[in-house]
Each structure stands twice: as structure tokens, then as C-alpha cells.
Design a binder for this molecule. Sequence first.
Ligand code: NAD
Ligand code: DAU
Length: 359
Amino acid sequence: MKTYLVTGGAGFIGSNFIHYMFEKYGDEIRIVNVDALTYAGNLENLKAVADRKNYRFVKADIRDAAAINKIFDEEDVDYVVNFAAESHVDRSIENPGIFVETNVLGTCVMLNAARAAWAEGEGFREGKRFLHVSTDEVYGSLDNDDDYFYETTPYDPHSPYSASKASSDFLVKSYVDTYHFPALITNCSNNYGPFQFPEKLIPLIINNALAGKQLPVYGDGKNVRDWLYVEDHAKGIDMVINGGRTGEKYNIGGHNEKQNIEIIHIILDTLRDILPESDERRKNVSDGLITYVTDRKGHDKRYAIAPDKIKKELGWEPETRFEQGIRRTVRWYLENEEWLKGVTSGDYQKYYERMYAGR
Ligand code: NAD
Ligand code: DAU
């Protein structure tokens, strides 16, 4: 039985990954979820697995070397999947320091702990692997519609978030090159799906549209992102950790590039389509809520992944068409109003005021 140490498993992608893995492998694996439960971490996301005997949650900070080393002492970890991070670009523009601390120093702590726990002779125990989950934002921004990010595209990060992720990627690569440490990196495009915190575009638009609040579009709304349903990302991570070549990096993306304004119209149409006329919330849903606001500083124009390598080597392909994925996502938010209320009460209101007031 393989033991996975998942960091950041209470967040959006981490929790979807844990659900995916238990659905696929059942009792054949053990998962230890290590999460500091920041504003973005929510144990509600994991209610359905909390009582499993092959699941353990540990509240710990990846910057805390003593706490992380203790977990490696207690568990015979086979695979690390490092999701834990500060993940929101706008917050990184407001406060870069915490991004460096968690994304760079935290990753360094994880690497050192695994390196020490897995050491054997000059190398490492057989079968151990460390997958660092990263982003396509490390590659910077594309100018033309027919340009794509490949694994060989030079890094050119622009935001403090993407710079911190690029730094952590380089750190991981340095452990591979220096110590022959058994690590891999995935660089994925924009995810969407259940459990995403409503600071990110898709859940923010759903939440605001239902409340009849303005739908803030940064700049001209023509920036392009490559959207991937989160379960397809989880599947890609599973394939890379179990079948990827050690020391390699793999791009994961949906070939599903859309302008932000298109996404907003699709969400509004989907809400109108799903909600019955009798539902009070439907009355709020209106194109008139769309409001063009001051652009994000350093806003990257276009991201687009070429997933050729993961397709060729591991047979991964996105399975969820966008029309299907966005419908499933909108329906999930409609059916999980309590979850949405829970995460948008308290500090979220202050964040929203700070981020959008006077924009
Ligand atoms: P998220 O913000 O939803 O979740 C992050 C999780 O990490 C939370 O549970 C939080 O509590 C935890 N965390 C934060 N700081 C921590 C610390 N110091 N110690 C332990 N836990 C801590 O993020 P997400 O969107 O699920 O992203 C997960 C990973 O995937 C990140 O590394 C991100 O860079 C990467 N990624 C995200 C996307 C995307 O579209 N969301 C795309 C590509 C890659
Ligand atoms: O590309 C992968 C990255 O995708 C991940 O590494 C990040 O963790 C994740 O947050 C995401 O980054 P983006 O900045 O692309 O996502 P966000 O949802 O914040 O914004 C998507 C696009 O929508 C972007 O062009 C900015 C725009 N936007 C966003 C918000 C929150 C708006 O126009 N209005 C908004 O209110």
C-alpha cells in the first residue's frame, strides 16, 4: 500500500485530488493530508472522507520544519504531492511576502524533510517520489493566438505569485540536479470545479450573479485563460506521480482557451438555463451586472498549454468538455449554498471590500 503525503489537501485542487484518489483506489492507498487551514483551506471539503481508516488529517504548516519532520517520522511516506501554496494572484500583488514564505520556503522545508527521510547510502530508497504541483503562469504571457507553452518554454513570471512558483520549481529542479532527488513537476493551466474559493474568477462570478452584485471584469475582458476541469487535473497528477519519468516536468492543460468576458457570458447563460423561473435567485441574474473595472497590475494577456508530452508519454487527455464541466460546476454551487455562505462570511467581506472598492 502506497502512502501519499498530500500538502494543501484542504484547498480547492488538493481536496478534489483526495476525492479522486479514494474513488479510484479505495482502500489500496493511504493519504495523509497536511494543511495549515489558511483562509483557503476548508475541512468541509473533505467531510466525505474524514472517517476513512486510510485517511489522516494533520494541521501543520509546511514552513514548520519540526512539524513536517515529525510527520515523516510517524509515516512511511512513499509519495509527496505538494499542493500547499498561496494561490491567488491579486493577493500576491497586495502582499508578496507570504507568497515567498509559503511557496518558496515551505517547498524547501518539504524537500529537505523528504530528502532526509528517504536517504539511503548515496541515494534514496527505491520507489519514493515527490511531485511538486505548479502552474503555467511561470512561463509568463503569450502574445499570439497560435503560441503555446511547452515544457521547454523559458520561465518569465510577472506576478509575485508566479515568481514564487517559478522559484519553487527551480528549487525542486536543483534538488534533482544536485542530489538526484526523485522529484517531478507539473505545470497546469486554470482549474475550475467544485470547492474553488470565490476569490477566483468563476466562483466569484457565480456568487455575485446570484446575489445581484456587480461582475467585475478586469481591463477589456479579453485576457485569455486555458480552463481545465479540476478532476482532469487530478487524473493528470495521478498519472505523473505513478508513471512519469523522475526528474521531468509535464504541462497539463485543456486546449480550452477562452476570453474572460466569454466565460462570464457562459456562466450567466448557464445560470439562466438551470434555474427555474420560480427561483428567486434567477431574478438577480443579468448581463447588466457586468462592470468593467481597473485592470489587474501586470495582468498577463494569454495562457495556453501544449499538453503534447503528457499525452504522448502517459496517454493523458482532458476528458471533460467545457460545456459539461461548467454546467456541473454551476450546479454544484447552486446545490451548495451553505458551503458558499460559510466561506464568504467574515474575512471574505473585508477582502472583497479591500480588493474591489474604488476599482
Ligand atoms: P487553494 O488556495 O485553494 O489551496 C491552498 C491550500 O494550501 C489551502 O488548503 C491552504 O490552507 C493550504 N496552505 C496554504 N499555506 C499553507 C502552509 N504554509 N502550510 C500548509 N498548508 C498551507 O489553492 P489551489 O487553487 O487548490 O492550488 C493548489 C496548488 O495548485 C497550488 O500550488 C497552486 O499554485 C497550484 N495550481 C493552481 C491552479 C488553479 O487554477 N487553481 C492551476 C495550476 C496550479
Ligand atoms: O493559470 C493557472 C493559475 O490560474 C493558477 O496558478 C492560480 O493559482 C489561479 O488562481 C489562476 O490564476 P488567474 O489569475 O488566471 O485566475 P483568476 O481566477 O484570479 O483570474 C482569471 C482571469 O480573470 C484573469 O485574467 C483575471 C480575471 N479576473 C479575475 C477576477 C478575480 C477578472 O476579470 N475579474 C475578477 O474579479
